[in-house]
Design a binder for this molecule. Structure first.
Ligand code: FES
Length: 147
């Protein structure tokens, strides 16, 4: 038997199974990526196109913030009486941020943290800050809109 003859032998059972396993892994990865996209991704860093009404300023903790998921806005209060509003849509791949903790606005998709004071990236992978919004406080009402 020559070397060329051994290359033309039919694949062993083990070779066939390895190929099937590789195909199965590819299929699983495809399903995972597809199932994540429709529920969590918006246009990265999108801002409201019209003014949106939010809750009371007293709902926003000092040194923290509150996420208004329906309006896609996060309001923070880095220091007592200093309020800021940002888009709540991550600038990386467009997930909605979910937590404000330890001075950071957190995106759960790839663990980016944004600073509550200015929306800058404290820890990537996002590179761009959360867009800041114009925040108006009138008594117990807050309104945010794009600048
Ligand atoms: S979408 Fe927010 S970190 Fe990736």
């Amino acid at each position: 038997m020559t070397d060329n003859a051994s290359e033309s032998k039919p694949p062993s059972r083990r070779t066939v199974l390895q190929g099937a396993t590789a195909t199965g892994v590819t299929a699983i990865v495809g399903v995972t990526a597809t199932s994540c996209a429709p529920t969590t991704h918006y246009t990265p860093g999108a801002v409201p196109t019209e003014p949106v009404s939010l809750g009371k300023p007293s709902d926003v903790p000092v040194g923290g913030g509150k996420i208004y998921a329906d309006q896609k806005v996060v309001v923070t209060q880095p220091k007592s009486g200093e309020f800021r509003a940002f888009s709540a849509i991550c600038t990386h791949h467009g997930c909605l941020v979910t937590k404000v903790k330890k001075g950071a606005i957190h995106c759960p998709c790839h663990d980016t943290d944004f600073d509550i004071a200015d929306g800058s990236v404290k820890h990537g992978p996002a590179k761009d800050p959360l867009p800041e919004l114009k925040l108006t406080i009138d008594g117990d009402k807050m309104t945010a809109e794009s600048k």
